[in-house]
Design a protein around this ligand. Structure first.
Ligand code: HEM
Length: 407
């Protein structure tokens, strides 16, 4: 057993038992961050904080929500919104955070793609990030079922129908997932369980894993420079902080993160107080009705691009390309054949590839919201094929790229 002495303070008492000083040094004060990064590197922290807000606001909502098809709609739209003090505020915070978290996830992902931060030992950061993306999608979808409005019901119907696998007619699988022939009580309670317990647990585990994958390769930097972190740490610790290329995570980098977080909060609470409706579909303010199909069923904005890849094709082909869109981002570190982990503007054809992907995904999202009629179906088909073609071309585009030295 270790040797314990009489503690001189609470800190000393804890330190002898938990090595809190070592922990703080490894995780914070001697966790090194490159100097040459910009505000886009604060997105990860904003995501962690937004997830925290979702958890806290969710706990308050959970105190009054009723997972029962006869009570759910009123428990949200009547009890929480008008009977409980500040219930509306927690609901708006939860709804806006659920939407904004995807905006930040997309910025975070595209920052990673732009700077090639999924390469050279950073593959696991990317893969764990993608698992987080999928988990957040499942979390958002299951949460969307809970108010039991028209869109909850019909989006639940459409998405679970996908599991029939087109002409393979796996109807048994669809019924097994729903626990019934159509979405009903069993469906609502199992999505409730997923939303408030299983998915949050998985997300917390994945966030810890994502942070763990960052520890050894460290974050990338704007110049794609391969920094010798041990040598730079020596410089920093010997007092040569100006010449060192790195800073401490706590409080050097954290103070910058907190400033960006401040700007984010202004934007976030502006939405919560003045524009919360953008995160809430008006159709979902009608109670679920299995006999009345809404004229136009569409998902939340963050799923529109993949929904639009499903729509223009026949049932079976659409399903194949939809599945392709769900998994293809996982393969990015392996499809990109170039050794250059630098900003896209310093790379060959990849810089056009990057902007083309962004434009195509925004285009698909806009089209996904429009009814699939007339010319929009044709435009949607062109965009869907462009998305697919971009991914197929990636290995060839990057294989031809000449090596670019980091600055
Ligand atoms: C949703 C929860 C997520 C949280 C809380 C989170 C958190 C973080 C944090 C704190 C960092 C370090 C600082 C920074 O670069 O921002 C980071 C880096 C990174 N994350 Fe995430 N992340 C999440 C999701 C994702 C997703 C969906 C992806 C993409 C698939 C991703 C890919 C990356 C990559 C590639 C890096 C390394 C950036 C670099 O080396 O410069 N993350 N993440």
């Amino acid at each position: 057993m270790a040797h314990f002495t009489k503690a001189t303070s609470v800190h000393d008492w804890l330190n002898q038992r938990l090595a809190v000083d070592t922990l703080r040094r490894v995780l914070a004060t001697e966790y090194w961050i490159p100097k040459n990064i910009n505000f886009l590197w604060a997105m990860g922290m904003i995501l962690a904080v937004t997830f925290g807000m979702l958890l806290i606001s969710g706990i308050f909502l959970l105190m009054y929500y009723k997972p029962d098809t006869k009570l759910a709609f009123d428990s949200v739209n009547y009890t929480i919104m008008s009977q409980v003090g500040y219930g509306w505020l927690w609901r708006h915070i939860h709804g806006v955070a659920a939407s904004v978290v995807f905006l930040i996830i997309y910025i975070h992902m595209f920052t990673g793609i732009y700077y090639g931060s999924y390469k050279k030992g950073r593959e696991l950061i990317w893969l764990s990030g993608m698992l987080l993306f999928v988990s957040f999608s499942a979390e958002a979808f299951s949460g969307y079922m809970l108010p039991w409005g028209q869109m909850s019901y019909w989006a639940g119907m459409v998405i679970t129908n996908l599991f029939s696998m087109g002409s393979l007619n796996f109807n048994g699988l669809v019924e097994w997932i729903r626990g019934d022939y159509v979405p009903g009580d069993a469906f609502l309670t199992r999505f409730f369980m997923l939303h408030v317990l299983l998915m949050p647990l998985i997300i917390i585990g994945l966030i810890v894993f994502h942070f763990g994958t960052l520890r050894i390769p460290h974050v990338n930097n704007q110049d794609g420079e391969e920094i010798d972190f041990d040598a730079e740490a020596q410089k920093y610790l010997s007092g040569n902080t100006k010449e060192s290329k790195i800073i401490r995570f706590q409080w050097d980098f954290l103070s910058k993160d907190i400033m960006v977080l401040g700007f984010f909060f202004i934007f976030f609470f502006y939405l919560v107080f003045y524009h919360f409706e953008f995160a809430m579909d008006p159709v979902n303010f009608d109670p679920a009705d299995g006999l009345k199909t809404p004229t136009h069923i569409y998902p939340e904005w963050y799923f529109l691009w993949s929904y639009e890849i499903l729509r223009p094709f026949s049932k079976n082909i659409g399903l194949i390309w939809f599945a392709f869109a769900q998994v293809i981002f996982f393969t990015l570190p392996f499809l990109d054949r170039s050794p250059n982990a630098v900003a896209a503007n310093r790379r060959g054809v990849f810089k056009y590839w990057f902007w083309a992907l962004l434009v195509v995904m925004i285009g698909l999202s806009v089209l996904g919201k429009l009814p699939p009629v007339g010319v929009w179906t044709k435009v949607g088909t062109v965009f869907a094929w462009s998305f697919i073609a971009l991914w197929f071309s990636l290995p060839f585009v990057t294989k031809m790229e000449k090596p670019v030295g980091g600055k």
